[in-house]
Design a protein around this ligand. Structure first.
Ligand code: SF4
Length: 954
């Protein structure tokens, strides 16, 4: 029994008789409600079916409540942390969410957004029933309809499009994914090239930088075991996977690791770091290459890794064709190549002192294989050539040999679980040029943010357009161009918004279909939170509670609030109805693996996956459970504890049959292609590149028209000082920074989170503010290339001079005609098209208290809903990675007399002109052999190989 020791405050409170004396005789050994030992802060699983806690509000009456504890997975960011829900057994109400200690990624810990799931499910403004538009699109009038009507109508429209071979007109556009492999199956079963995602406004830049090195496009740092950690961004505080990563960064630091952060802004992460490098935005690659220069010059590199795992022979042959092919010559060439990146050059570009750059470089070199690093959005998503930041960062991993090592940085694919498929539809035989146009052959993901412009240019149209937890009107740049496109029924025939909550894009839908929050749906998630591989089961907890109480359910909406459904079942039902007689060959892919000829159920779908997950059936059997029941009970499973150095795995024997050994290049070749590198005398699986090694020299960039980027290079950003007009007062706006308590659209209905963060002022350095005559709280007008927004200033020393920054999480809105929604976070605004293409938004009413079933709505004390900045940005597609380059050239001035806080103005004709300017930077396909895109480079929802050729035979 653990003993409660009175805290200092409790002692004082007892002495002042503010609370009863709990520590007198008889209370001295107040028992804790949990047993001591491992996982002591969590109820033991054997008690999860009937867990007793005292009602917090009952005070000394100590009323008991009996709970059923059901695990699920957080849906508030990609990290997929585990949650335990507490369901009151008397009322079947969910009372709270806490961390799931059995989740290998989050290990029982969550950020504020995890427990705030309770706010989202209890939101009194949420959408509870399927809605169909009445009146004109965007008019704000809706009627409730049945799921049957919804399914029949959408299915008929898709069926017609498929029968008429308009397969590229059916598109699924995903905002928040988190659903391993599920949608690929659906879309390939339909035979459409219909996957579109938000990735090119998010992470495509960094992904391309990693992919061009190693084929794998995401890094997975092993921070916990690192000696030195380098983060590009506020990663620990608010970056990618920040809770699972943050806890491991802290572990690493507690074990002596040093932390360096490159960030223009003094983020919470930077404030915790040993080195804060406040780089000028876009200069990061210059600093990284200066560090590479030091590591090369001072011979701090890992020679064995470079010899074994870098395509150094090809690199040398390309860089100096006359040189004898020796490793020493390669190093000499490398030294020469990067000698121009001196610390002084990097200081001039970035503003970071040369001595700091040298110091950090030496520490990285000494950390060797225990150097971990990460760049995801941040600089990779802000700049023209942002992909080069990730490429140059990974160069440091390559030089130190810390690729895939303990304490190093792994390719994320090694951590990623691939679910078994009971039935795999064939790859589609279509290529959707609205997603992968010829101008962007290397675009790492779909050019989704150009869709309104493509539609405007007449490149195509959409018959059925699904938006899934996706809000481009608000999240994307150029939201008014989205409003124009979504309002035009000749461009988008049917817009179906699948969403757990109202959003600015759903206002312009034909159907708004309520899909479950984290605790109201099934999904399977697996992410690269650390060096292991895990799966996490998102499950509808009330359905599971009903099952445990002996009540079986056909569809999840039977147990969810109202008729809130979930996508898995929705897609099964929709697919079934698209092909009522089986003649389209779609139904075949939705037959139960357990009951011949019958439609698959959701339980069977997951049962099959879990029964085919390595080690899971055995682990479940130890407790006398099926694999599915094990996942229902624990919510997560560790598939592999660690996945280091998978490049060293032996190449499969079958693969090597009829292959030749190329001893000079230390590789195995077949039909002219490298299939395995030879390392330590054995054929290995290597990496996912044409050479199967890390590619310093990239033949791909040369062959596809970018010879200037054949090796890791510093690319000057569109907001480099050379590209700003100082005479006009142009400076840089960094609009990408995140708040750790909010997440784009989905946290808008979480009251606790909005209570914490509810404004997004413009950060500016004291010296700039003085020059502009601006004080904290003053109204400022920030003008972009296509319009302006009006915000308040926040003057701080924690910002680099001549750069301003604004968080992109705030500034939500609804119009008068829209359903009242997300009132914790949305301003009511008026939107007027004052002239064709000229849009004005003005806040009519800020946030305020209101009456509802939740007494907290009458306690709202904040009035500020923030400012919608993204809508004033034009599109900036990077001509190589396809990434939208978020940073903006802006001017900042005191607000004009007519300006009001929250005002926005945009000219969409100007935004179309900026789109054309950036389009002109591209170098189009076809590439070698008439290809649209290199065959080796990944592509989401990969179509049949024949479609990769521009002039494929019909
Ligand atoms: S980091 Fe926070 S929001 Fe993201 S999954 Fe974990 S608990 Fe949820």
């Amino acid at each position: 029994m653990s003993v409660h020791k009175p805290s200092f405050i409790e002692n004082i409170a007892e002495k002042l008789q503010l609370i009863p004396r709990l520590h007198d005789k008889g209370f001295a050994e107040l028992p804790s409600l949990t047993e001591p030992g491992k996982l002591t802060d969590y109820p033991p699983p054997e008690k999860w079916d009937d867990w007793v806690e005292y009602e917090a509000k009952s005070g000394q009456k100590r009323e008991k409540r009996n709970y059923m504890i059901v695990p699920t997975t957080c849906f508030n960011c990609e990290a997929g942390c585990g949650l335990l829900s507490y369901i009151d057994k008397d009322t079947l109400k969910v009372r709270k969410f806490e961390g799931n200690p059995y989740h290998p990624g989050s290990r029982g810990r969550n950020c504020a957004k995890g427990p705030a799931t309770i706010n989202q499910i209890n939101d009194t403004d949420r959408i509870l029933y399927p809605l169909r538009r009445k009146g004109k699109r965007g008019g704000g009038e809706w009627e409730q309809v049945s799921w049957d009507d919804v399914l029949d109508d959408i299915a008929a429209k898709i069926r017609t499009a498929l029968q008429e071979d308009r397969r590229n007109e059916v598109v699924y556009h995903v905002g928040r994914p988190g659903h391993e492999g599920f949608m690929d199956r659906i879309l390939q079963a339909w035979g459409v090239d219909g996957h579109n995602s938000h990735t090119n406004i998010c992470s495509a830049g960094a992904r391309f930088g990693y992919a061009i090195w190693q084929g794998f496009d995401r890094p997975s740092p092993d921070h916990a075991n690192a000696d030195f950690i380098l983060l590009i961004s506020a990663h620990l505080e608010s970056g990618h996977y920040f809770n699972p990563h943050a806890q491991r960064i802290i572990e690493g630091m507690m074990n002596g690791a040093k932390l360096a952060v490159m960030d223009t802004r003094l983020s919470n992460t930077a404030s915790m770091a040993d080195y804060w490098m406040a780089t000028y935005p876009g200069s990061e690659a210059a600093v990284l290459l200066a560090m590479a220069n030091i590591i090369i010059r001072e011979r701090l590199f890992n020679e064995k890794f470079l010899r074994d795992w870098v395509n150094w022979r090809d690199s040398l042959a390309a860089l100096n064709p006359g040189a004898a092919v020796t490793f020493d010559n390669f190093i000499a060439e490398l030294e020469k190549l990067y000698s121009e990146y001196t610390p002084e050059f990097a200081e001039a570009e970035s503003g970071v002192a040369a001595e700091t750059i040298v110091d950090v470089a030496r520490r990285i070199g000494r950390a060797g294989t225990r150097f971990s690093c990460h760049n995801w959005r941040s600089a990779g998503s802000g700049n023209l050539g942002g992909w080069a930041v990730a490429r140059c960062l990974h160069f440091l991993s390559v030089l130190t040999g810390s690729v895939g090592t303990v304490g190093g940085t792994l390719p994320s694919a090694w951590n990623k679980f691939k679910p078994a498929s009971y039935n795999t539809p064939p790859a589609q035989r279509f290529w959707n040029e609205l997603h992968f146009p010829l101008e962007y052959p290397l675009a790492h993901y779909e050019m989704s943010f150009l869709l309104p412009h493509f539609l405007k240019e007449g490149r195509g149209k959409l018959a059925v357009y699904f938006t899934r937890v996706f809000n481009p009107v608000w999240t994307y740049p150029d939201g008014f161009s989205w409003i124009e496109a979504l309002s035009d029924e000749s461009k988008i025939g049917l817009h179906v918004a699948l969403t757990p909550t109202w959003n600015e894009t759903a206002y312009f839908a034909d159907y708004v279909l309520p899909m479950g929050m984290a605790s109201e749906r099934h999904d399977l998630t697996s992410y690269e939170t650390h060096s292991g591989m895990w799966i996490s089961f998102r499950q509808p907890i009330l359905r599971e509670a009903a099952r445990r109480m002996g009540r079986e359910t056909t569809f999840t909406y039977e147990t969810n609030p109202g008729e809130v459904w979930e996508e898995d079942e929705f897609w099964f039902e929709l697919s079934w109805r698209i092909d009522p007689d089986g003649s389209l060959g779609i139904r075949n892919h939705f037959i139960s693996p357990y009951r011949e000829g019958e439609k698959i159920t959701i339980d069977e779908y997951y049962r099959y996956i879990f029964e085919h997950t390595k080690g899971l059936p055995e682990k479940a059997a130890e407790e006398g459970l099926t694999a599915l029941d094990y996942m229902r009970k624990y919510g997560a499973f560790e598939v592999e504890e660690s996945v280091f150095e998978k490049n060293m795995d032996l190449a499969p024997e079958t693969h090597l049959a009829d292959a030749e050994i190329d001893a000079e290049h230390a590789e195995i070749r077949k039909n002219g292609a490298t299939i395995a590198p030879i390392v330590d005398g054995k054929a290995r699986v290597g990496f996912n590149t044409p050479s199967k090694r890390q590619e310093l020299f990239s033949k791909t960039t040369v062959e596809w028209g970018w010879p200037e980027y054949a090796v890791p290079t510093y690319v000057k950003s569109h907001i480099h000082p050379e590209n700003l007009d100082a005479s006009k007062g142009e400076i840089v706006l960094v609009p990408t920074f995140r708040l750790p308590t909010l997440i784009h659209t989905r946290s808008g209905n979480a009251k606790w989170l909005n209570e914490i963060s509810n404004r997004n002022p413009l950060w500016m350095h004291t010296s700039d503010a003085e020059q502009w005559g601006i004080k904290t709280g003053d109204l400022v007008r920030v003008s972009t290339e296509i319009g302006y927004f009006v915000n308040r200033a926040w003057v701080t020393e924690g910002m680099r001079p001549r750069v301003v920054a604004c968080s992109h999480h705030i500034g939500r809105w609804r119009r008068e005609q829209d359903a009242e929604n997300n009132r914790w976070s949305t301003n009511q605004v008026s939107i007027d098209e004052v002239e064709p293409g000229k849009w004005k938004m003005r806040v009519v009413e800020g946030i305020g208290a209101y009456k509802s079933d939740d007494p907290d709505t009458s306690r709202i004390f904040w009035t500020d809903g923030g400012v919608h900045q993204n809508i004033t940005f034009p599109v900036h597609p990077d001509p190589i990675s396809g990434m939208h380059c978020w940073h903006q050239k802006v001017t900042v001035e005191k607000a004009h007399p007519e300006d009001k806080y929250g005002d926005v103005f945009v000219d969409t004709e100007k935004s179309f002109a900026v789109y054309k300017e950036w389009l002109a930077l591209t170098r189009s396909a076809p590439g070698p052999n008439g290809l649209r895109r290199p065959l080796w480079l990944g592509r989401p929802l990969r179509p049949a190989e024949e479609t990769f050729y521009v002039d494929r035979p019909k």
